[in-house]
Design a protein around this ligand. Structure first.
Ligand SMILES: [Zn+2]
Ligand SMILES: [Zn+2]
Length: 272
């Protein structure tokens, strides 16, 4: 495996995972990973449903950090463990997110858009009464709106995430179809000196490509983008490092020679 850093991991400190942090660390060591970042969910104002009750995606950061520090110390000779967060972006919680990002000395923050117009993308309601194309376009517009309003993050998570849940998945989806808005998003990310991630969880959702698709990675590189982290988005131990050979292949195809890790919010380039 040429990529030895998994920068998107969830444990039981995330509402939708029951994974034990120490088991994940042991798995990462077993796979020969050098660095991992835990990126627990912090999605304020997440729509409340039966499956996602009030505060479902709000991590207790102090408790998470306490646990992480104990394990970081225990495995200090085996692996670098970074303190990260997956921060859910929405235009009406900018102030609250600014506070979350400043309240702790995170090593790494993923800015992710899971909620658009107060609807969870994973809720079929988001796709009701419109075509996938309309739903995807609204998602990309919302990503751009978020990046205009908020910038305290390091990379944008799973840029074309919405495709995971469309009725047609990525059957009719391509970068070319949304080029106008995707170019605006990528340019904004580069102007902010931020990056994107390659998220290999796409494999689990039956997509042809990773998130984002290879043509978006190519375009990001063409526009001068250099920062790409790689994450499995594992919520269970077995998924740590999944799909990393594919990620390396896709990154090389897109013209990247390096991938990125973070320590204390500072990007470090690692040769592929
Ligand atoms: Zn996410
Ligand atoms: Zn995630």
């Amino acid at each position: 495996m040429s990529i030895r850093s998994d920068f998107h991991l969830h444990t039981s400190f995330s509402g939708d995972s029951e994974a034990d942090m120490e088991e994940m660390i042991k798995k990462a060591i077993e796979l020969g990973l050098k660095d991992i970042a835990f990126t627990e969910h912090m999605d304020l104002n997440f729509p409340v449903t039966e499956e996602t009750p009030e505060g479902f995606f709000e991590c207790n950061v102090d408790s998470y950090l306490y646990h992480l520090l104990l394990l970081r110390n225990k495995y200090v000779n085996d692996i670098n463990i970074r303190f990260g967060l997956e921060l859910g972006l929405q235009p009406d919680i900018v102030k609250a997110n600014v506070k979350v990002a400043k309240d702790h000395d995170f090593d790494f923050i993923i800015g992710s858009i899971h909620v658009v117009d107060n609807m969870d993308i994973y809720d079929p309601k988001y796709f009701e009464g419109r075509s996938d194309e309309e739903a995807y376009r609204r998602y990309f517009d919302a990503v751009y709106e978020n990046l205009r309003a908020y910038s305290n993050f390091d990379v944008v998570g799973h840029l074309d995430y919405v495709v995971r849940k469309g009725k047609t998945l990525d059957a009719d989806y391509s970068y070319a179809k949304y080029k106008d808005i995707i170019d605006k998003i990528l340019t904004r990310i580069i102007d902010l000196e931020k990056g994107i991630e390659v998220n290999t969880a796409a494999i689990k959702y039956g997509l042809k490509e990773l998130n984002p698709c290879t043509d978006i990675l190519k375009r990001y590189r063409e526009l001068g983008g250099e920062i790409v982290t790689v994450g499995s988005d594992a919520h269970v131990v077995e998924d740590v490092g999944r799909g990393f050979d594919k990620a390396a292949e896709v990154l090389k195809e897109a013209g990247f020679e390096y991938y990125t890790t973070y320590d204390a919010r500072i990007p470090v380039q690692v040769k592929l």
